[in-house]
Design a binder for this molecule. Structure first.
Ligand SMILES: [Zn+2]
Length: 281
């Protein structure tokens, strides 16, 4: 069964996300568990959390993903940035657990001038610690667009971290726009797409791709500039998405849109319908 949805608003409270999901015809969603630009992440009220779980079951919205705040940087050298990032990830993991979400998708952050090997060791150590403290819930690393020494812009790099952490609760989220912008997915021919799938199998693991952020890009391949566009309307384009979704390894995963939408209100029914159609053909 095709799993398609998008990042939906929780404005007015997380329960509103369910209505938003229904409005766009989503059977999987992503939400912010707390403010994406704050270091505070209070657990939702138990009553609200239970109601959210019940409503997502009732409307068959499953899986639900949390997106961690953009502030997180596990590789930073600045002050105690890496430590507070780790603490914030723990809190979001607890929020995910409380509302019955599948897991927390996060960006590793920028390593700045820190050498790659040193940054990787630190990231691995921090992730291991999070898993040793919070005993439930999954973390999902997202690939980055590659600008400013962002960690995780290549499949090899994500794979190396995932393998070194060696934790079954750590998986991978492929963002198609970031992959295109970082230049690691530019060939959308049938062979190009299946080679890319194979690369994920080889370096990260076949069973580790848990979700896809399906986004077109406003900027060209290799630009390192992260600007999402509606599916088929950007530099990746309709034909390339057709080819991408023709690959079973990809179209069988939950597809989460993070697109501007045709009314600039974020992922909408029109984008969802476009993807559904592409997956039928
Ligand atoms: Zn994304």
């Amino acid at each position: 069964m095709l799993k398609i949805g998008g990042h939906v608003s929780t404005s007015g409270g997380i329960l509103n996300a369910i209505g938003e999901a229904n409005k766009i015809g989503a059977n999987t969603i992503q939400i912010f568990g707390a403010s994406p630009v704050q270091w505070k992440a209070p657990l939702p009220d138990k009553k609200i959390a239970d109601e959210f779980s019940a409503l997502s079951k009732k409307f068959e919205i499953n899986p639900v993903f949390l997106h961690a705040p953009y502030l997180i940087n596990l590789a930073s050298r600045k002050g105690n940035m890496a430590v507070i990032s780790k603490e914030l990830l723990k809190k979001h993991l607890e929020i995910a657990n409380s509302i019955g979400a599948y897991g927390v998708i996060f960006h590793i952050g920028s390593r700045g001038q820190r050498p790659q090997k040193e940054a990787e060791e630190l990231i691995v150590k921090e992730l291991k610690e999070i898993f040793s403290v919070v005993k439930n819930g999954k973390l999902i690393v997202e690939n980055s667009a590659g600008a400013g020494n962002l960690v995780g812009s290549s499949i090899e790099e994500v794979g190396s971290i995932v393998k070194k952490v060696g934790e079954k609760r750590l998986g991978f989220c492929l963002d198609t726009a970031h992959a295109f912008e970082s230049g690691i997915l530019a060939d959308f021919s049938k062979k190009g797409v299946s080679d890319f799938a194979k690369k994920i199998h080889d370096f990260i693991g076949k069973e580790k791709l848990w979700v896809i952020h399906l986004n077109d890009s406003k900027t060209p391949a290799g630009s390192n500039k992260d600007r999402h566009e509606n599916i088929g309307q950007g530099k990746i384009g309709e034909d390339n998405f057709h080819n991408f979704l023709a690959e079973k390894f990809f179209c069988s995963k939950p597809l989460i849109l993070e697109v501007p939408g045709y009314d600039d209100n974020g992922p909408d029914k029109k984008n969802v319908e476009i993807v559904k159609k592409m997956c039928q053909n």
